[in-house]
Write a protein that binds this ligand. Structure first.
Ligand code: FAD
Length: 446
């Protein structure tokens, strides 16, 4: 049987390769790293997580991304299986030891006899054969150009920002304390997964002043300075209003200062463990496009981080994605060239989990096609189906922007039409329905 080719061994491409091989179809994985670098990846491993080490909420009852985790597990997802194996305590979130995680994904694919690796950059879209393009937000320039010339649509460029990482030993624990918000978590380790830095009102005001005054990286001419709202740089949040951060990543709720339990902090900066050893912590929600020198000055104003040493500073990055509602059908095929499928962030989903989920789907669809079958997407009542539905039709092509999975993409529940139901009732009803419908979709492939 002719193999299916995948370009890009990131979150999406790795998952797609696994699904194809598991369906009994040979697959060739083309990856340009480490021969050709991107500014964000550090290794040549598959499924490298370039920024946060979190797959976000693992709550499959009250959260749409947690439900997506559930669906990927139900569909024998490689990314979820390896994430589970290298899980770190992080309250209700699924955080992992990133290096161990991507090494495990790489090894699992190397151990799979139907997967072969073809190192090197693919510089043009192939005319023949069955291909999945999973080249992500940092699609190489040559391939990006080839996509543009075929589709006539520019791959749009915009910016996210990377949060800085601090060496744990440099955090002053006589000021900070360990606690997950609302003491969330099953074990003591989970309930103390975060390090918290308390701020008085004066600390907060001084911090905001410094943030606003800091030198920022300028955009290059012709670049679009549009941010994805879920990943706004902190200085942009501060520009929107002095209180914005205090109601966002620096909110002081659900936390009690262990050194001073009677005094409520005015704001709190949280750090989350970034590796299994517990030697690195990332500053939660602190994506930034401040210049490096300014970053160290500004972040050292945070109480407890006055002597912080940084393993990595924040940065800005590009994101390439297609105008999928116009270009891609609900089997994730390019309408103009159906032998090409797209998967991952380049389809206009946003985030590790969503990207891997689109890889899972593209892999299953491509394998089914190779075996002479047609696989429709899961129903839009599931997290996976809601995402595909959104990017391939639900969203307006004119204003299309990358999307995280969320319950807003789900069709309303008939039983709940008319009456005003709160989230407590609606979300479990959504996820109950999603689980039943996803199981049925899977059963149809057996
Ligand atoms: P990737 O994981 O990037 O994989 C694409 C692969 O294709 C790469 O390995 C690349 O080397 C390869 N490739 C590219 N072009 C070619 C070519 N021509 N030939 C061969 N190989 C090629 N999401 C989150 O959920 N949380 C975060 O904190 C987060 N932070 C981010 C920070 C940065 C700097 C960036 C760029 C993105 C971030 N994202 C984050 C989004 C994240 O990249 C995606 O969610 C996820 O990695 C996308 O998965 P993917 O498989 O589509 O792309």
């Amino acid at each position: 049987m002719e193999p299916i080719h995948i370009i890009g061994a990131g979150l999406a491409g790795s998952e797609a390769a696994w699904q194809i091989a598991r369906a009994g179809v040979p697959v060739v994985l083309h990856e340009m790293r480490p021969q050709v670098a991107t500014f964000a990846h550090r290794t040549g491993d598959c499924a490298e997580m370039v920024c946060s080490n979190s797959f976000r909420s693992d709550d499959d009852r009250m959260n749409a991304v947690g439900q997506l985790h559930w669906e990927m597990r139900a569909a024998d997802g490689l990314i979820m299986a390896m994430a589970e194996r290298h899980r770190l305590p992080a309250g209700g979130a699924l955080a992992v030891d990133r290096d161990a995680f991507s090494q495990a994904v790489t090894q699992a694919l190397r151990d799979e006899p139907l997967v072969s690796f073809a190192p090197g950059e693919v510089t043009a879209l192939p005319a023949e054969g069955r291909w999945i393009v999973a080249t992500g937000p940092l699609t190489s320039a040559a391939l990006g150009q080839s996509i543009r010339s075929l589709t006539g649509e520019g791959s749009l460029a915009f910016f996210d920002a990377i949060a800085p990482i601090v060496h744990a030993e440099s955090i002053d624990m006589s000021i900070c304390w360990r606690q997950s918000r609302y003491d969330k978590g099953e074990t003591e380790e989970e309930r103390t997964a975060y390090i918290n830095c308390p701020m008085t009102r004066a600390d907060y005001e001084g911090f905001i002043d410094a943030l606003l005054a800091a030198e920022k990286t300028e955009f290059h001419e012709g670049e679009t300075a549009g941010y994805f709202d879920g990943c706004l740089p902190i200085e942009v949040m501060a520009e929107r209003g002095r209180e914005t951060l205090r109601h966002g990543p620096m909110k002081p709720v659900g936390l009690t200062n262990a050194h001073n339990p009677t005094e409520k902090p005015y704001a709190v900066v949280q750090l989350r463990r970034d590796n299994a050893l517990g030697t690195l912590y990332n500053i939660v929600g602190f994506q930034t496009k401040m210049k490096y020198g300014s970053q160290t000055d500004v972040f050292r104003k945070i109480p407890g981080l006055q002597n912080a040493s940084f393993a990595r500073l924040g940065g800005i990055h590009r994101n390439s994605f297609l105008n999928s509602p116009r270009l891609i059908d609900d089997r994730l095929r390019l309408r103009a060239r159906p032998n090409l499928r797209f998967a991952g962030q380049v389809t206009g989903v946003e985030g590790y989990v969503e990207s891997a989920a689109m890889g899972l789907l593209a892999g299953r669809m491509a394998a089914a096609e190779a075996l002479g079958r047609d696989l429709p997407p899961p129903p839009a009542t599931t997290s996976m189906g809601a995402l595909v539905n959104h990017i391939t039709g639900g969203a307006d092509a004119k204003t299309f922007q990358p999307m995280n999975v969320n319950f807003g993409l789900y069709p309303p529940l008939d039983a709940m039409r008319g009456g005003r139901k709160g989230r407590k009732d609606r979300y479990p009803a959504y996820t109950d329905r999603a689980k039943a419908d996803f199981q049925q979709w899977l059963a149809g492939q057996a």
